[in-house]
Design a protein. Structure first.
Length: 156
């Protein structure tokens, strides 16, 4: 289940395997998820409301990964009794290490024909235009802007 306010991102979520989407412009996630139980939850928004709802929606032995909460915000309320009774696992992840990167690369290599990874990079820039890439990312809010490096002709 993917939720967002951007219809294009909801369509992209389907291409990456989301079995259902929630357009938060039309409904609240709490209304849309009534009586829903999920196994895994990943929050990349950092929204306390989204994290609380996701954790609350987890079923027995559910897993939550919180990635997006890397800025100052209100404290997230988690019902410890539910965490214990449901035997939930909650992990926080900030940045990544070599192993994470290596696993991600392996995943892309194994699944490049199944998922449209190239669609995640909305525009590419040469490394010499890094300032333009940053400006583009801040102005247009793409999923990702890419930087590429080409060897100079002097090195050939």
């Amino acid at each position: 289940i993917a939720s967002d306010i951007n219809p294009a991102r909801l369509e992209l979520a389907k291409k990456f395997g989301a079995t259902a989407t929630i357009d938060l412009r039309e409904t609240t996630s709490s209304t849309a998820l009534e009586a829903t139980v999920i196994d895994r939850f990943i929050d990349m928004s950092g929204s306390p409301e989204a994290m609380e709802l996701g954790i609350d929606t987890l079923g027995l032995h559910g897993n939550a990964v919180l990635v997006g909460a890397v800025f100052k915000q209100r404290a997230t309320g988690i019902d410890a009794e539910k965490v214990i009774r449901k035997m939930l696992t909650i992990k926080g992840l900030h940045n990544y290490n070599y192993t994470d990167f290596s696993v991600a690369v392996d995943f892309i290599i194994e699944n490049w024909q199944k998922y449209p990874f190239e669609s995640l990079i909305e525009r590419e820039f040469p490394l010499a235009e890094v300032n333009d890439a940053i400006s583009y990312a801040l102005t247009h809010k793409p999923i990702r802007a890419g930087l590429f490096v080409h060897p100079s002709t002097e090195q050939l």
